[in-house]
Design a protein around this ligand. Structure first.
Ligand code: KG4
Ligand code: ZN
Length: 363
């Protein structure tokens, strides 16, 4: 089965072709897993980062317009690289939320017209579930239940994945997402956009000037997160008004960036491990754009090793938004017999623990 994946939820226009053999995927409860089932034939991402960088964040109207211009060529390129024809696509998987509604609409409308024109099944995919399934490309048989940390520009969710498509929310951010915190801190420090890579580069190896920032919301009674206070702490560490009214830098940019990364990753690791211990996780999954962070990856690896639970984090290219992860999540849903109708819409808010709208469960 050849699945075309489409992703336009935010600021990346993406298409991918996945070759999938349904018979090889685990059937029934996924505890014991199954064989390798998917091969990625192409994965094309056209980033809009340059377009939005000058505004310091994604401008929704510009994003939608750029998706409209780029999606056609991006799909053509994905098919080309996969060495396949449009007519040879067996199913279409598309992100239908959560995200920017105008941006999502471009991908969903395209996917529905292809499904209709080709007479092929359509499957909607929750973007957050897509991030999780980036891990199932290389590890189709990873053991469940898994504790999942989704850390992106829009989400910081701790989930229990009981089985394929079955999730329980354990904790989430009460305000800013972790990626958003990186972006705001980078802006406060006068670094570039997106903030995650900028902070990581600025931090380098060092905490040479000994800047310390408060641990954000370490509260042990909850698995929720809160990052909104950090921006103020970063601003305070960066500058203080002197008696002559001139702002002077206190900590160096490198020192503050390093301290910021230190406290954010520490709280993410602590709460993920606490959840994994409490819920008897057989795998720990970390996914989303912030999972590209080198310090987070190494700290998670160490902590999961101490706990003796296997850790899965996607390769860097599959951490940030892409369509390969959407095709993989779609493949699992299609294999269970799920189909979305042509009434599928674009949903700004979409709860991963609830059934997907306009989608029929399998037999
Ligand atoms: O998953 P993603 O590509 O888009 C959303 O679904 O939001 O995540 C984007 C977020 C941005 O906030 C970006 O700053 C962050 O991921 N990010 C990073 C790194 N690379 C991207 N954060 C920390 N360290 C990184 N290396
Ligand atoms: Zn994302």
């Amino acid at each position: 089965m050849r699945i075309l994946g489409i992703e336009t939820s935010c600021d990346e226009t993406a298409a991918a072709v996945l070759e999938w053999s349904p018979s090889a995927r685990p059937s029934g409860p996924a505890q014991s897993g199954g064989g390798a089932a998917g091969a990625l034939r192409s994965n094309v991402v056209a980033s809009q980062v340059d377009l939005h960088a000058r505004y310091g964040g994604v401008v929704p109207e510009l994003a939608s317009r750029r998706h409209l211009e780029r999606l056609g060529p991006v799909i053509d390129e994905a098919l080309d690289r996969a060495g396949t024809e449009f007519e040879a696509v067996d199913a279409i998987a598309v992100t239908c939320g959560p995200g920017l509604v105008g941006a999502l609409t471009v991908g969903v409308a395209a996917a529905k017209s292809f499904a209709l024109a080709l007479g092929r099944p359509l499957i909607g995919v929750n973007h957050v579930e897509g991030h999780i399934y980036a891990n199932f490309l290389e590890h189709p048989d990873l053991a469940l239940p898994a504790v999942v940390l989704i850390v992106s520009g829009a989400h910081t969710d701790l989930l229990l994945m009981r089985d394929h498509g079955v999730y329980e929310m354990l904790g989430r951010t009460r305000d800013d997402a972790a990626g958003e915190a990186f972006d705001k801190a980078a802006r406060a420090l006068g670094l570039g956009y997106p903030g995650g890579p900028a902070i990581q580069d600025a931090a380098g190896g060092g905490r040479e000037d000994g800047v310390t920032l408060p641990l954000p919301f370490p509260d042990e009674t909850t698995l929720d997160f809160s990052f909104s206070g950090l921006k103020t702490a970063v601003l305070r560490a960066a500058a203080r008004p002197a008696p002559d009214g001139v702002e002077r830098r206190r900590g160096s940019t490198a020192g503050i960036a390093a301290a910021f990364q230190d406290v954010v990753t520490r709280v993410l690791v602590d709460k993920t491990m606490r959840a994994a211990r409490r819920r008897g996780a057989r795998t720990i999954i970390v996914a989303g754009g912030v999972a590209a962070n080198v310090l987070l990856r190494s700290r998670m690896t160490e902590a999961a090793g101490d706990l003796g639970v296997p850790l899965r984090i996607p390769p860097l290219a599959l951490c940030t938004d892409n369509a390969a992860m959407i095709a993989v999540a779609g493949a699992y849903r299609l294999s269970r017999g799920e189909r979305s109708s042509l009434r599928l819409g674009a949903y700004a808010d979409l709860d991963i623990t609830a059934p997907l709208p306009e989608t029929q469960a399998g037999a």
